[in-house]
Design a protein around this ligand. Sequence first.
Ligand SMILES: Cc1ncc(COP(=O)(O)O)c(C=O)c1O
Length: 406
Amino acid sequence: MAVDIKQIRAQFPALHQEVHGHPLIYFDNAATSQKPKMVVDAIAHYYNKENSNIHRGVHYLSQKATDKYELAREAIRRFINAPSTEEIIITRGTTEAINLVSSCLSKWLFQPGDEIIISAIEHHSNIVPWQMACEQSGAILKVIPVLDSGELDMNAYRNLLSDKTKFVTVNHISNALGTINPVEEITSLAHEKGALVLIDGAQATPHMSVDVQSLNADFYCFSAHKMYGPTGVGVLFGKKEILEKMPPYHGGGEMIKEVKFEGTTYNDLPFKFEAGTPNIVGGIGIEASIRFIEEIGIENIAQQEAELLAYATQRLKDIGGIRFIGEAKEKAGVISFIIDGVHPYDAGTILDKLGIAIRTGHHCAQPVMDRYSIPGTMRASFAVYNTKEEIDTFIEGVQKVKQLFT
Ligand SMILES: Cc1ncc(COP(=O)(O)O)c(C=O)c1O
């Protein structure tokens, strides 16, 4: 094995506890990951020693906090290989990043009759903002269908594209199915029609290497809390030439150069899109989470999780009576499934009593559940700190659920 699991697990205090009298098995990583000590320590250190507002003070602490925050921006830039820190906007998370883009483009780009393409396997946060954009601008929403396998129907996508297409957005990895979408191809096909592209990378950055330059999407966004960092902070990458033309999102401090009652001039990038005091400690937390990932190596993380996925999938198949929802060839460490005749909620409750945390329900992707005519799924999602031994215990739990209900 490429990673030292014992050493990695030692960095996560939350993993070393009992739940309902059993050692915790945490398989809800697609919702949020646990936090390593180095992230928690970086946050505590900032509040204990460095707390100050940034970008406006001449005093020591303010400059120190500003330097750290801007170093975090540089770490983010390097992490996704963006050309410049001007293109890195720190947001409250993926949801805010998408809302920023949809709201600004509604004011600036979309005209009645324009078409916005999303996919059938989006998280609600990459559906609702585009519905709102359509309401505001008169644009029309189109949806790329999903095949039974959980893969997007690329022929249907090609047919949806036209001169009316102004914008295309899909997730890099589906949180509900684990499908890794062919985002390079989706992006280049959209660009052929002159459309802009946003990739929702919330489920990708924790698990695979992301290079926004080779991807070539116009926008890419993600959340720190799914990649071992704090909640309430995330990133929007946007190409400079587009961000420069886009009107600002929120108005307030930071995003201005000069304010007069006659009119205001806006700040340079990226500050034009960062109104108000930002989540400073969140930025510092992201930097620590990137350091954590880089110390292990994203390729090693991907390999560990691929092994867990293959092992758990095979063991579930061996049980029998399991329906897998989403069996794409390119898949991340997410298994969505249903035990025949058992409601996912009941199964999840029993597993919880055994100390096993999985997610049950629609995973903020109700259209996916409608597509497969199911009320929800059980979802086990892995992180680098999970083990095959945990999967063995999980399989025993699933067998127990089956015995109880069938
Ligand atoms: C694919 C995807 N997009 C967007 C989001 C929203 O992320 P956040 O709640 O951190 O803004 C999630 C969260 O589960 C997700 O999985």
